[in-house]
Design a protein around this ligand. Sequence first.
Ligand code: HEM
Length: 510
Amino acid sequence: MGAEPVKPKGEADAGKWGLTRPQWKDIQSFVASGLSQLPWGQALFLQIDRPGGGWLRSLRALEPIKKGLGPINNADGLFEEAVTIAFTWTGLQRMGLSDETLKTFTTPFREGMHQEDRRRRLGDEATRGTIVREGLQWSGNVPPEDPSITPAASPKTVHALLLLYDWDEGAVERWALSVQTHLNTQGVTVVHRLPLSLNLDKLDKEIVAHEHFGFTDGRLQPEPYLQPPAGNADETYRWRGIPLADVLLGYPNFHNNNEIAPCPLVPFSDQSTLRADGAPEGYLNLGLNGSYLVVRELRQDVAAFWSSLESAAATMRKQGPHSSAITADWLAARIIGRQLDGSVLCPPGVTAPQNDNFGYLANDPYGFGCPFGSHVRRANPRDGLARDARSGPNLLDAANHHRIMRRGRNYGEKIADRMVDDGKNRGLLFMCLNTDIARQFEFVQQTWLLNPSFATLFNETDPLVGPKGPMTIPEDPLRRVIEVETYVKLAGGEYFFLPSVSALDYLQGL
Ligand code: HEM
């Protein structure tokens, strides 16, 4: 998820990442913050029936959308509400962007998440049991460029995602319903709606978010830098620093000779507030200060997760004295790679690091603490794939080429008893920001989470988001292997373009 620990209301975020005020003012608040001050939300999935930007113009004129859709601005009293909007490729078509402009978006975004090759890469195949039984509920329904490829039609076509965040659950629901009524008058239909939450709880002195299985979530994030800091003294940069260019379009990416990720372009006009930055002559940069948003609605079966781990633990306890202390919590922690309270799993005798600036190579090279195959170790192996201490920094650097900024939220109610299936629909609306979908999100999913030969493993995948299969828990002298079911299934998803504030101005003028 994307919620950093809750900060006191009013704490200034402006100036974050070394951006100047004009740049900062152009960025939607969702990019810059997990917005955990506003723990309740509503996700409205929109279908644009009346093409053009008129509906967006009228939506942005409504209070409190007018105040909440824009940059973080605590000084102006933001954080009563926050609003985010992003578009699928078919949505941008409906907005009225020309074919010439549409072609300047990157290939993964244009093809969409359900194009045949991408679907295979992401492991989204009904035969693997990773899709909900009813089949995909929504997508951008992008028509394939190659007509020989079957489009992955899902019943509901989504053109835009509108996220509303508030500090009150009832208020945000009432707000969502009034926005829905307004949109209906503008030729826009809400085809799907999810109530969002962070399941906040007090842990020591901190208030933290929890995902539905009960683990603290959203704290492990990369740290964007506009420029690499001078010298080697910056510990945060060393362990989890990434170029701002991996989160925001239009900035030089210092992974790669200061290359700027390809940005969508529109023909030059002196009436526009868009800037040219990096665009070829005759064009303006529609991507600058925007990002690509990956959205996956991942349904979680909480009761099945805990019941099956309870029974696996009971069976293991019967195996002998070396297994007498195994509990469902112990197994679940190995699946995630963290304790329920978020603390790091370390081998016996090793002190757990107190913050996120650490690697696996020095303290846990054999996975005796945090298993190689656990969700967090796959999702970000840090320096743990290095062969020896000498190659550690290079492997850490390579891993940091593939980081994503997570911004997900829970949908559905918190379960009352984790062992009892109440039949309700709940899960994670996984959302992450990146500027190169193939190098970042898709790489994490394909090459780390779903790689059957990840690290020293063979024929197993991420125990949390992968299909049913074995998971190895290394231990000295004998490893354990458990069989893990599929507790997380895809219900819908798509790639979105999340525009800057000036790009929203451009789109509403179409
Ligand atoms: C329902 C599905 C999922 C659940 C319940 C889940 C849960 C978690 C939890 C509990 C953590 C550690 C706590 C924290 O961040 O504070 C975590 C970390 C992480 N997850 Fe997931 N996750 C899910 C899906 C995904 C997916 C689909 C991806 C990417 C494709 C992903 C990528 C990551 C990354 C990058 C980290 C941070 C690892 C690190 O930096 O050490 N997760 N997840």
